[in-house]
Design a protein around this ligand. Structure first.
Ligand code: BT5
Length: 256
């Protein structure tokens, strides 16, 4: 169970995930959240870069020490965190984001949030897990290579009549929401209690997507998720399970 959440804030760090890892090595207990105004080395998955420019966005990470967790349940934590961000954006701002499985939240076809879950093992067991969340809040412009596919809370609020995001308020709402979903997840260590709600917000459900891994690229129809939080797609009338890892799932029309 995740109970108490403790917040620390720094003006600038390399990566909030890496700050949490060092604290985990110093035996810090579960529930610590480190957020930063700016990251100088924000990380995406598989060595990609995450842009978190000065005080425009949220960069926040939490330390988890799940008891006796199965290794195969770790990627599901990303899926749970995505639900929390979607829920927080909806509750505070009425922004109706969709979850682009496994780790993005998109609004109007553009990415507003990315999630990176990392873990370390000790004595053949999961030692700790870090859940890192990046949300674009006040950003009005983006580097050229992502400008076509990125958006922010302020840009989306502008389209529906105005308003501004608030980083601290949103960060706290995200982690409170995460606590709610995580405690449901951890009881069964899977998506049994969350699958139905998750699927309502799954981007591209029932639509054609392109699955790309390091060897193959093929079209499929996204059907939903299974109890493990893996994506179920249909290819040539057969169901196939897509696990998290080095796959990209794209809509065939545009980025989402
Ligand atoms: C992610 O990876 O989306 C995971 C991002 C996790 C960031 C958080 S911030 C707090 C914590 N500390 C860290 O160091 N990381 C975590 P991935 O699915 O691999 O997507 C990365 C790709 O998203 C990049 O290659 C760009 O194309 C795009 N991208 C980078 N910055 C972006 C931004 N600010 N908004 C939208 N897209 C972005």
């Amino acid at each position: 169970m995740l109970n108490e959440i403790r917040y620390e804030y720094f003006e600038s760090v390399d990566s909030t995930n890496d700050r949490i890892k060092s604290r985990a090595h110093e035996e810090e207990s579960q529930g610590l959240v480190i957020s930063a105004g700016q990251q100088t080395a924000g990380k995406g998955r598989i060595g990609r870069k995450w842009e978190s420019p000065s005080h425009d966005s949220i960069a926040t990470s939490m330390l988890l020490r799940p008891d006796e967790i199965k290794l195969e349940a770790i990627p599901t934590i990303t899926v749970v965190a995505a639900m929390a961000v979607r829920d927080a954006l909806y509750r505070i701002y009425g922004l109706d984001g969709q979850i682009k499985w496994p780790n993005d939240i998109v609004i109007g076809g553009k990415k507003i949030c990315g999630i990176l879950t990392e873990m370390e093992m000790k004595d053949n067991k999961v030692w700790f897990v870090v859940v890192g969340i990046g949300v674009n809040v006040h950003n009005r412009t983006f580097p050229e290579d992502i400008a076509f596919k990125a958006t922010s809370v302020d840009l989306e609020l502008e389209k529906v009549g105005g308003g501004q995001g608030h980083r601290e308020e949103l960060t706290k709402e995200i982690w409170n929401s995460f606590k709610k979903y995580y405690n449901i997840f951890i009881e069964t260590q899977d998506m049994t209690g969350l699958k139905e709600e998750y699927e309502k917000h799954l981007a591209n459900r029932g639509n054609r997507v392109r699955i790309e891994d390091h060897e193959n690229s093929y079209e499929a129809v996204a059907l939903g998720i299974n109890e493990k939080g893996e994506l179920i797609v249909e290819v040539d009338s057969e169901e196939r399970i897509i696990r998290t890892g080095e796959v990209s799932v794209r809509g065939i029309y545009g980025y989402v």
